[in-house]
Design a protein around this ligand. Structure first.
Ligand code: PMT
Length: 223
């Protein structure tokens, strides 16, 4: 790769799903494959950045030269992201963080019974919002999965979480979003301005995302 335009920058990326254990053998999770986040990490590294990749359980090879921090739960991901982000210039949250975890995970495997089972869930911390509340000069990028009112909801998320922009994608478009090699995203700024990108390989979405983040980074540094 030629272009080293991210040289000297530290890029921190989250990827994959989280697992929220109900007991030692059962968990709540989602279908994130990690492909989107690994693509961002690989392209950032290829463009000369120092890269930290914090990922939930996935079946992908860690891109060469990337510092890898494996995690399982949202709480572990939060700790790893807050620690890595202290020295970051750009933080990209592609991870599909579980919104809830078991309020009281069982220490031992729970036996099956014939009665209905109620499990109490408690909300997980919002990692992107926490990063946004202590943003400093970092460029902060989020993703959003929405089934309806996408742009409006994504703009609201960007404002609430203090992200510079959010890439909105949809769970319903075959070959994109969870698990696919392609993604079809709309860039949504906190202002509500939006830009529809064509269907692209996740690698290409990563390239464009990084270029957009770099533009914002240069702007922040020059004012
Ligand atoms: O991994 P792949 O198979 O390649 O799929 C990629 C993807 C579909 C997972 C990815 O493109 C994507 O959309 N990731 C975000 C999915 C999501 O959780 O969206 P959300 O709308 O629930 O969250 C909005 C933002 O807040 C996200 O940046 C998320 O990382 C962040 N968040 C959410 C909840 C939480 N507790 N903490 C967070 O930081």
């Amino acid at each position: 790769d030629g272009l080293q335009d991210l040289h000297g920058l530290h890029v921190v990326v989250s990827a994959g799903p989280t697992r929220e254990y109900l007991d030692p053998v059962r968990f709540i999770s989602n279908p994130s494959s990690g492909k989107m986040g690994f693509a961002v990490a690989a392209r950032a590294r290829a463009r000369g950045a120092r890269v930290t990749l914090v990922s939930g359980p996935v079946n992908l090879e860690v891109p060469p030269g990337v510092q890898f921090v494996p995690v399982e739960s949202a709480l572990e991901m939060r700790d790893a992201m807050l620690a890595a982000s202290e020295s970051a210039d750009m933080v990209v949250m592609t991870a599909a963080v579980a919104d809830y975890r078991a309020a009281r995970p069982a220490g031992e495997k729970q036996a099956k019974g014939s009665e209905a089972l109620t499990v109490e869930l408690t909300p997980n911390p919002d990692i992107l919002a926490e990063l946004g509340s202590n943003k400093g000069e970092r460029v902060l990028v989020g993703f959003a999965m929405e089934t309806h009112a996408g742009v409006e909801r994504a703009a609201h998320k960007a404002r609430r979480k203090n992200a510079d922009f959010i890439l909105l994608n949809y769970p319903t478009r075959e070959g994109t979003g969870f698990g696919g090699d392609d993604n079809e995203v709309t860039l949504v700024r906190a202002s509500g301005e939006s830009e529809v990108w064509p269907r692209l390989r996740k690698t290409e979405v990563a390239e464009r995302l990084l270029s957009e983040a770099l533009t914002l980074h240069k702007y922040t540094r020059s004012v």
